[in-house]
Design a protein around this ligand. Sequence first.
Ligand code: NOJ
Length: 508
Amino acid sequence: MEPHMRLPLAILYLVLIVSAQKNRTFTFPQGFLFGAGTSAYQTEGAHDVDGKGQSIWDTHTHEHPDRIADGSNGDDAAKSYYKYKEDIEAVKEMGMQIYRFSISWPRIMPLGLPNIINQKGIDHYNSVINEVLSNNLIPMATIYHWDLPQHLQDLGGFANDDIIIYYEAYAKVIFENFGDRVKWWCTINEPYYQAFGYEGTLFAPGLNSTGIGGYLAAHNMIKAHARVYHLYEKQYRSKQKGRISLNMPIDWPAPRDKTSTQDQEAAKIELEFSLGWFAHPIYSKEGDYPQVMKDRISNFSLAAGFPFSRLPSFTSAEVEYIRGTADYFALNQYGSKHVAKGEQGPDPSFDRDSGVVMTGNKKWPSSRTSKWETITPKGLRDIIAWIRKEYGEEWEILITENGFADGGQLNDTLRVGYLATYMTDMLKAIYIDKCKVIGYIVWSLIDSFEWMSGYTSTFGLYQVDFKDPERKRTPKQSAYFMANITKTREIPSFYAIVTNKLDKLEGL
Ligand code: NOJ
């Protein structure tokens, strides 16, 4: 080669490599799964129909409408109990593969007890699952998404460790009846927020047992999850060949002042108190609660005159029993927050124990209807990388929830931008950070009852007209956008620029 050609050719070569790399970043890997999700209480309605028993969310919303932004409830919700075929059709229309839904425990066991099974409940979920399969979709079922039978709550709910055998008996009925067709399982959705139903009043059962109830409930949820994992392992896995996990939520905690070592430490503590609380016992090599939780809660407890730590402890046999009880990492991720060291909340409380205070950042764009939700896609990439670093590269991560809240309008440009930029950063986690992310499930398929926000803040790709007795569903702009993504398996390159801008937001 002529010497004067060497440099231009080298430059051309470099440009080709860089642009190939760039393109790859915006193309989804082969076999990558897309889906959309819902949960029973948020969508089904039919709260007292066909033998369903009362759940803690029925009680919470009926007795405390003041705790729900618009005083509403899920009595009728989106009427998916009747309209599930349309919902499933919508998943198919968008070219997705997975439909994630949850099974209502009180619909299967009205009192939560295994001696009384409601056949109509079993029939209903059989119809749902069969409909999913006949549309060539994959059913992913959440066994428990916060709607505990009220009767079990009357006995203490998750604060009573007998819940473990009742939950196991319920899960057995689920595997027996549906495990021949369902291969993706989530045992418990976001145990962190379920625990907050014991810690505070925002979520059912709203016990407000600060600094005590949440830890007890979490402890029993972790044990109940492990018990059901082992049940599946022993009795069902060889025949049914499914995969089990539990969904963990986490908002990325960024130090309020990056240069402050105190704030950096607060961010680390927050990661352990929110995600590590549940993930460390299951995914880490050594198991058990994160050391920082054990130390802080024990110190505060003893100093306040408790003869033991308010954080219950696992025996070493239990640590071993719980460790590794997941087949994939199910991650629910939405936003980011600023954290700093500080004291807040009553004494004792989870907040005091963590010693972390949280603030939003007014400079970060956020949802108008759910202020906690920032549009900070880098948080998703960062948490995926943190999980890989903390628990090992062997875990496959499935994003089981990511989505955006607004007022339900059809022209949901912000949601489109949110989804596109989060998926872009997720692809960076895959291609640049070498993380194993195997799928992305949008929350949610349709507008639905958003817990304490009622119907004031909704996440649907499809709008639901809650004033219409028929609950008409209409695809939003974001539904068309997702259909295009699943068809092209690429994110339009324009969003790369937007994502880069968002990733550089001050303070992230
Ligand atoms: C997590 C929960 O699993 C889901 O029920 C809820 O609607 C979304 N986050 C949005 O807040």
